[in-house]
Design a protein around this ligand. Structure first.
Ligand code: TXA
Ligand code: MG
Length: 365
């Protein structure tokens, strides 16, 4: 492989990797960096040419804005024109962590970052390597997930290296991502927060942090906002969730195009009682050769051998999210044509997982 993978498993290697990455970033280059959610493809967020390189490398649609990563509250506030009370409450409660806050963009943030829009997505990630690189650079880092557009996000350095080999000089290996799916994206520019992309910080947790009860009635004080709207739930294929696009053609929300976060194999989410019932379902779905099928199951595990490739995925939302993309990558590497996923449990903690599986199973185009 042409792309260099920098290890970080000793203090010396960690410091060397930080220095190498920061030096590439300072000169306007692009590097793959670990975060706790998924690996990011990072560039200097204040350098439009550097950010443009991210779009070119990924083949990313120009109207899809990029998240800006910071290492501290002050740095976040410097990227925003206004810092609403809701942003302060959510940032204090969940940062550093898997939460992106959409706020009004500061004029210093180049338009290419925000896809010409008036808002910017900000996140202070938890991963120590990412934090150290941002601090060493002294500027915030624009970073989408480090995959080609519409493909599965990478949760290991090897995933990044395989997909972007020849397109980037280096990726820093910060281990397996501990969250495993992308951050929750919340728009806090209005009077009410809107969850644009569900993630492992649930809508319920956001509501609690803002001082709302379980239902939709505001509990009084809080940050002075109404109930959380989840714009991501009302999407229709090809259209951005939450209604018409705004901001000069920028996608209104990260719901983006419907098929996303997708493995190469076709994916179906199914629920079955017995293995017999599953086989009948596969027949109805015209899923032929069982040797080309990988089943990801968490409770009803096929065991007769009729389906030779069965993978057991943990029945706990945090562990499930951590394992999900790694398993989907493995399915693709094994040459599977179909991935059949046992429907995960319902409930707020699983919302981000359901969202990604729905997007991974959406038809092409
Ligand atoms: O966990 C994550 O969020 C990862 C890591 C690397 O931080 N990043 C990530 O970036 O998933 P990306 O580009 O693959 O997805 C970011 C999503 C996009 O779908 C984009 O539409 C949305 O966030 N987004 C970014 N800025 C936005 C803005 N100003 N308004 C609305 N949505 C925004
Ligand atoms: Mg992405």
């Amino acid at each position: 492989m042409a792309v260099e993978i920098l290890p970080t498993h000793s203090p010396v290697l960690f410091e060397q990797a930080v220095a190498r990455a920061a030096s590439v970033l300072r000169s306007g280059g692009v590097v793959g960096l670990p975060t706790e959610t998924v690996y990011g493809l990072a560039a200097n967020a204040l350098d439009p040419k550097a950010v443009q390189r991210i779009y070119d490398i990924k083949g990313r649609p120009r109207r899809n804005p990029v998240i800006v990563h910071v290492a501290g509250m002050e740095q976040a506030q410097a990227c925003a024109r206004r810092w609403p009370a809701m942003a302060e409450t959510l940032a204090s409660g969940f940062w550093p962590g898997p939460l992106t806050l959409v706020v009004e963009r500061h004029p210093d943030i180049p338009e290419v970052v925000t896809a010409g829009g008036a808002t910017v997505g900000l996140r202070w990630p938890q991963h120590p390597l990412m934090q150290a690189v941002i601090r060493a650079c002294g500027f915030p880092l624009a970073a989408p997930s480090a995959n080609l557009a519409n493909q599965l996000s990478p949760t290991s350095a090897l995933h990044v290296a395989r997909e972007l080999d020849g397109r980037i000089p280096l990726v820093v290996d910060g281990g397996q991502c501990q969250v495993g799916i992308e951050s929750t994206v919340v728009d806090v520019t209005g009077s009410q927060p809107k969850v644009l992309r569900p993630g492992m910080i649930s809508e319920a947790a956001i509501r609690r942090m803002l001082g709302f009860g379980a239902a939709s009635a505001p509990a009084g004080a809080g940050a002075g906002a109404g109930p959380v709207e989840n714009a991501g739930r009302v999407s229709t294929p090809g259209q951005a969730p939450g209604g018409p696009e705004s901001d000069r053609g920028m996608l209104r929300s990260p719901g983006q195009l419907e098929r996303h976060y997708a493995p190469r194999a076709r994916l179906r989410v199914l629920e079955w009682g017995s293995e017999q019932a599953l086989m009948e379902m596969l027949g109805r779905e015209k899923i032929g050769d069982p040797s080309k099928v990988v089943v990801l199951a968490h409770t009803r595990i096929p065991s007769t051998g009729t389906l030779p490739h069965v993978c057991v995925i943990p029945d706990d939302p945090e562990a499930y999210a951590r394992a999900l993309y790694a398993e989907l990558h493995r399915c693709d590497e094994s040459g599977a044509e179909w991935i059949v996923v046992e429907t995960p449990p319902a409930g707020p903690a699983w919302a981000g997982i359901h969202d990604r599986l729905r997007r991974a199973s959406a038809p092409l185009g």
